[in-house]
Ligand binder design. Structure first.
Ligand SMILES: *[C@@H]1O[C@H](CO)[C@@H](O)[C@H](O)[C@H]1NC(C)=O
Length: 145
């Protein structure tokens, strides 16, 4: 082996070692972003449109939490109770509906609880919760007379 090929081989080994060390260092430091597996695309959903609920249920059984891709972004679906609790309770403020959903939903729902985030959501929740409690107590009064 001449000097040039030894140098090339050493360089390649060094580059490879750098990638391997970086990869493991990111994993150990927890800095590597981990994404849920891609289960399919919007095209798969369209192909299975006639049996969409069954299709999505099958994917949920297979992956528990997975992504579906479309041209510009991905949507995460989960059937894992721990993830549902994390999103809806533990770190609820991190999972807002955002402007994309607001623009779609606000035409039909206005600034209702299913379309808004943050302070507006808190206000709507408080209003609906007191409305719900009032209705519930009326029902209980009727039931226990
Ligand atoms: C909630 O999310 C924030 C920001 O992403 C993170 O720093 C924090 O640790 C999370 N809280 C919990 C309880 O996981």
């Amino acid at each position: 082996m001449d000097f040039a090929s030894t140098a090339v081989a050493l360089s390649l080994a060094l580059v490879l070692a750098t990638f391997v060390v970086r990869h493991h260092a990111r994993r150990l430091c927890g800095k590597e972003k981990r994404y849920h597996p891609v289960a399919g695309t919007v095209v798969h959903q369209l192909i299975n449109f006639h049996r969409l609920h069954h299709y999505m249920t099958e994917l949920s059984c297979k992956y528990k939490t997975y992504r579906m891709l479309d041209l510009s972004r991905s949507a995460v679906y989960t059937a894992d109770p721990a993830n549902v609790e994390y999103v809806l309770k533990t770190n609820f403020t991190n999972y807002g509906k955002g402007s994309y959903l607001y623009n779609i939903l606000s035409d039909a729902l206005g600034d209702g609880i299913f379309a808004v985030d943050g302070q507006k959501w808190r206000h709507q929740r408080k209003a609906s919760s007191s409305e719900f409690s009032a209705k519930l107590s009326r029902i209980q009064k009727i039931t226990y007379r």
